[in-house]
Structure formats: structure tokens, C-alpha cells
Design a protein around this ligand. Structure first.
Ligand SMILES: NC(=O)c1ccc[n+]([C@@H]2O[C@H](COP(=O)([O-])OP(=O)(O)OC[C@H]3O[C@@H](n4cnc5c(N)ncnc54)[C@H](O)[C@@H]3O)[C@@H](O)[C@H]2O)c1
Length: 377
């Protein structure tokens, strides 16, 4: 039976857009049972040259330097937003008004207020949305939430989450849009990285109701392309104490200057009867501890990502055969296509992104006031 095709309009053709394209290309082969497929219709970037180059490298039929033409294109069903945060809201609202499904990159807008605007507009217009909290697509994190739900590790006691990378650890790394509050938002490491681990914390341990956060900008100025120095407008690192609605507590820390850390998105989840550990630098491994009777042989054991964790999928050829970031994007594209088909979606949608944003905003507020803050959902 022919698979229904959905026209993709991609806006932005930088780092993450390329990962989306890997997903679009892999998904039909990796998930043969899915009843829909993406069709690479039109891509845009700021100049005609950049847009044309993206179309030819990525395999899009057409290109434009005007994102509005992507949104109004009758052959486009899904608007894929891969631009910096300051443009998310305007593009998403236009896409919602045009009746298109919205696929937006995290963190979604410059603030939780912007994300909330987008979420409310989507609900009002009955528009479906999905957000690129990519690590949630890892089948091992889905397994982790099943392990929590079936009681294997008992009641959750604490969650210690981290998302550290070192892409700005070199003091001479140039000023980028990620350091500009008007483009990336007031949250630096928290907006870029911390939101991912918050998304995981919420899935595994529930609602976060209070935060107490310390923020630090270590490298206060960075060089522009012309050699002048410009002030960095958001934090390099953040460390927060967190309290969950369940009474569990824990930490969330995030740094973009953590020398040596390439993809340290991970957690220690402690329960009354067992524990889970995950480290994004070992994307295909989940550590499970369950207490045995006399403790003589107790210890964490490794669960490897396996085909059985991805029903109906052919992404993993065998257990422990490796899973990559682009594979997670491929799973995200499967979730997107199923959403467009009208099937049940695992989210997260724009509303969930607004809730994650509210926690980030509370962390910023706490960092400024040096006290506890409550996320305003
Ligand atoms: N899910 C993830 O793990 C993940 C990882 C990296 C980035 N991201 C998110 O993806 C988004 C983009 O980040 P990136 O790393 O790809 O940035 P990037 O700088 O590599 O790419 C951004 C692209 O957007 C283009 N652009 C800017 N203004 C535009 C406009 N008006 N119209 C069309 N194109 C425009 C730029 O020219 C550039 O090609 C951000 O929201 C970021 O947080 C998500």
C-alpha cells in the first residue's frame, strides 16, 4: 500500500537542520510499518546562496530566502523550525495560522511566555505540534520510564541530572548567537542544554515544583569576527537544587564550558529498591541496579539498546549495535509523521515545551534573587 507523503518545509539549514534531514531520509527505511513518509518540499535560509546549497545538499525540491514562502506553500504540510530561538514564535504562529503541523526545535522561543503563546495558539487552532527534545526519543529512556512505572526501583527518592558540553570551554571561542540574549534568550547553558535534562527529569520523576539555582558566566566577553570584544549575555553554567511534587528532590546542572564533556546528558535516578544511571556519551546503554537478597552479587548491570526496544523498527540491526544522535532524530521524525497521520503521539508538544521553559525561567529568577523560586506554569 502506498504510504501517505507529507510535504516538509524546513526553515534554517544549519547544524540541527542537517540532523533532521538524516532523520527524514532514514525514517522510511528504519520504520517500514509507518503509514506515512516525509517529502522534502522546500528549504529556506537567510540568503539565496545558503538556501540553494541546502536544497542541493539535502535533496529538497525547491529553496527560498524568505521563510514566509515556506509557510504559505500549498505543498507544505509540516513546518520544521530549525532557526535560533528569537524566530521560533513568529514562524510558529504563522504556521499555525496557515493550518500547518509545527515541528519546532527546543528550547521554543525566547522565554516560557513566548512558548506559552505558541502552545495556546496551537490548541485554539487545533494544530498538532512536536518539539525536538531529542534525548526523550532514546528507546532506553522509554524503557527507563517503564522501569520506574512498573515499580522495579521502588519509590523515587532523588534525581541528579546533568547536561554538560564543552563547545564554549575555550576562552577564545568566538561570540555566537547563543551568547546573545536577544537571539537565544536570557538562558545560556540552561536554554541550550539544561532544558533537555529538565525534559528527562519530568518524564522520570514528575513535576518540578521548586528550584534554587546558582548561575555563572565564566567568560564574560568573547571576540566578534572583527576582533572587537562583546559582553556575553547569558550564563555559561548553572547548578540547581530541585524539588519534585512527589517529595523527591535532586539537582540539575548544566554547562557549555565543561572541558572534556562532549555529550554528558545523563542522570542518577535513585529509588527505594533500585536505581538507574544513564550517560549520553554511552547513548546505547542504561544501567540498572536492583537490590538482591544478601547483597553478595549486587551491582549495576548494563542494558544495551536492542531491536526489541523499538517495536516495528529496523533502526537497530541487533542488540548493542550502537545508536546515534541522528538515529534519535530518525525516531523523532517517525513520531512527527505518526502525529501528522493523526495517530497517538508521545509528545512533547509546544505546551510541554512551555512547562519546561517555565522551569528554566524559575531557575533564572532564582539565580538573580539567590533564593528558591516556583515555576509558573
Ligand atoms: N535538539 C537538539 O539536540 C538541538 C541541537 C542543536 C540545536 N538545536 C536547536 O536548533 C535551533 C538551531 O540551532 P543550530 O545549532 O542549528 O544553529 P545554526 O546556527 O547552526 O543554524 C541556524 C540556521 O538558521 C538560519 N537562519 C537564521 N535566520 C533565518 C531566517 N530568518 N530564515 C531562515 N533561516 C535562518 C541560519 O542562517 C542558520 O543556517 C536552535 O533552537 C537550537 O537550540 C537543537
Amino acid at each position: 500500500m502506498a504510504r501517505k507523503s507529507f510535504g516538509i518545509g524546513l526553515i534554517g539549514s544549519g547544524f540541527i537542520a542537517r540532523c533532521h534531514v538524516f532523520g527524514y531520509r532514514q525514517m522510511p527505511v528504519a520504520f517500514p510499518a509507518v503509514k506515512g513518509v516525509p517529502r522534502l518540499e522546500i528549504v529556506s535560509d537567510v540568503t539565496t546562496d545558503l538556501a540553494d546549497r541546502a536544497a542541493s545538499q539535502f535533496g529538497f525540491a525547491r529553496s527560498t530566502s524568505d521563510w514566509r514562502k515556506v509557510v504559505s506553500d500549498p505543498k507544505v504540510d509540516i513546518i520544521d523550525i530549525c532557526v535560533p530561538s528569537q524566530l521560533h514564535r513568529e514562524i510558529a504562529l504563522a504556521a499555525i495560522a496557515a493550518g500547518k503541523t509545527v515541528y519546532c526545535e527546543k528550547p521554543v522561543g525566547l522565554s516560557s511566555a513566548q512558548a506559552k503563546d505558541m502552545a495556546l495558539a496551537a490548541v485554539k487552532a487545533k494544530i498538532k505540534s512536536i518539539v525536538g527534545f531529542t534525548y526523550l526519543r532514546n528507546p532506553l529512556l522509554r524503557l527507563a520510564s517503564e522501569i520506574v512505572a512498573d515499580g522495579t526501583i521502588g519509590e523515587i527518592v532523588s534525581f541528579a541530572g546533568i547536561h554538560n558540553e564543552d563547545y564554549m570551554s575555550d576562552p577564545d571561542a568566538p561570540f555566537s548567537w547563543r551568547c546573545d540574549a536577544s537571539v537565544a534568550g536570557k538562558a545560556g547553558a540552561l536554554g541550550d542544554l539544561g532544558c533537555h535534562i529538565i525534559s528527562i527529569a519530568r518524564v522520570l520523576a514528575g513535576e518540578i515544583v521548586e528550584v534554587n539555582c546558582d548561575l555563572r558566566t565564566v567568560y564574560r566577553q568573547r571576540k566578534l569576527a572583527d576582533g572587537r570584544l562583546r559582553d556575553v549575555e547569558n550564563e555559561d553554567e548553572a547548578s540547581a537544587l530541585i524539588r519534585f511534587a512527589s517529595g523527591a528532590h535532586g539537582t540539575v546542572s548544566s554547562s557549555r564550558i565543561a572541558t572534556g564533556a562532549k555529550m554528558r546528558v545523563g542522570f542518577d535516578l535513585v529509588g527505594t529498591r533500585g536505581a538507574l544511571r544513564f550517560d549520553g556519551e554511552r547513548l546505547g546503554e542504561l544501567q540498572l541496579y536492583t537490590r538482591d537478597a544478601d547483597g553478595a552479587r549486587s551491582g549495576f548491570r548494563t542494558i544495551y539498546a536492542a531491536p526489541s526496544h523499538l517495536p516495528g523498527g529496523a533502526l537497530l540491526p541487533g542488540p548493542a549495535h550502537g545508536i546515534s544522535f541522528n538515529d534519535l532524530k530518525t525516531i523523532e521524525i517517525r513520531d512527527l509523521v505518526e502525529l501528522a497521520l493523526g495517530e497517538a503521539s508521545p509528545g512533547p508538544d509546544l505546551a510541554e515545551a512551555a512547562r519546561i521553559g517555565a522551569i528554566v525561567d524559575a531557575m533564572l529568577e532564582s539565580g538573580a534573587s539567590r533564593g528558591w523560586a516556583t515555576p509558573q506554569f
